[in-house]
Design a protein around this ligand. Structure first.
Ligand SMILES: [Zn+2]
Length: 221
C-alpha cells in the first residue's frame, strides 16, 4: 500500500534554539505538524492541531476534504497540542497503547506540565499497537514521552517516518537532539540515532517534512 501525504498544518515551536531564541521564553503558542495520510479508501489525520472549525478550513485548503471525510485520527503522544479536538464525526481516535498505559499510571505528572487537560479526554482514545492500518506501522520512539509512537509508511517519495515530537524539526534531527518537555533526553538521543539512515522522508513534530538523507550530514548548528 502506498499512501500520499499532505501536511495540513506546518508546525512551529513556542521557542526555537535554531532561530536564536531564549529557551526560557515562550514567544508564541506552539502548533504541531498535522498530517493527512490517504490510501486504500482511508483518510487518516495525525496529530490534529486545530479547533474543529479551523481544522475544517485547513483540511479544505490542504486536500479539499472536510472533517466528516476523516476515517481515523491518530495522536503520536498525549501532549495537549497534539490532540486539539481529536473527535471527528466518522472517525475513531487512536493512540499508542504504550502512551495510554503510561498516562493512566502517571496522570498527575502529566497534568503538572500540561495544566488544563481533562482526564476524560484520554478515555476516548483507542489503544493501538504495531499497525494502525494496512501498510502503516506503529513505531515506538521513546524519549520525548515514554509511550510516543511514530508511523512508518511507503509514499511516492519513498519510506516515510512521521515522528511526532521525537524529532522536533529538521535542525534538531541533524543535531541529533531532543527538545522541550522531554521525559528522558538520553533516550531521545538514542531514538534519533536509531532512525537515521532508515528513511527517505521525515515528518517531524513541529516543522516541515524534509528529505532525511539531506539532513543526516554532520554539520552542527
Ligand atoms: Zn510533545
Amino acid at each position: 500500500m502506498i499512501y500520499t501525504f499532505h501536511i495540513v498544518t506546518i508546525g512551529h515551536l513556542s521557542r526555537n534554539r535554531y532561530w536564536g531564541e531564549d529557551e526560557s521564553v515562550a514567544y508564541r503558542k506552539a502548533l504541531c505538524t498535522c498530517t493527512l495520510l490517504s490510501g486504500g479508501g482511508e483518510h487518516i489525520l495525525v496529530d490534529p492541531s486545530l479547533p474543529a472549525q479551523r481544522m475544517d478550513e485547513a483540511l479544505l485548503w490542504a486536500a479539499g476534504l472536510h472533517r466528516a471525510d476523516i476515517t481515523r485520527v491518530y495522536t503520536t503522544h498525549y501532549h495537549l497540542d497534539h490532540h486539539v479536538d481529536p473527535l471527528f464525526p466518522n472517525a475513531q481516535w487512536f493512540m499508542p497503547r504504550t502512551e495510554i498505559d503510561y498516562l493512566q499510571e502517571n496522570w498527575d505528572a502529566y497534568i503538572r506540565t500540561f495544566p488544563g487537560d481533562d482526564r476524560a479526554n484520554l478515555a476516548q482514545a483507542h489503544p493501538v499497537e504495531e499497525t494502525l492500518a494496512d501498510g502503516i506501522r506503529v513505531v515506538p520512539l521513546p524519549g520525548h514521552t515514554q509511550g510516543l509512537c511514530g508511523l512508518a509508511f511507503d509514499a511516492p517519495e519513498g519510506r516515510v517516518l512521521l515522528t511526532g515530537d521525537a524529532v522536533m524539526t529538521r535542525e534538531f534531527y541533524q543535531a541529533g537532539k531532543p527538545y522541550l518537555f522531554g521525559w528522558n533526553d538520553e533516550m531521545g538521543i538514542k531514538t534519533i540515532q536509531a532512525i537515521k539512515g532508515q528513511y527517505d522522508v521525515i515528518i517531524p513534530g513541529h516543522g516541515e517534512a524534509f528529505a532525511a538523507r539531506a539532513w543526516e550530514r554532520t554539520t552542527e548548528y
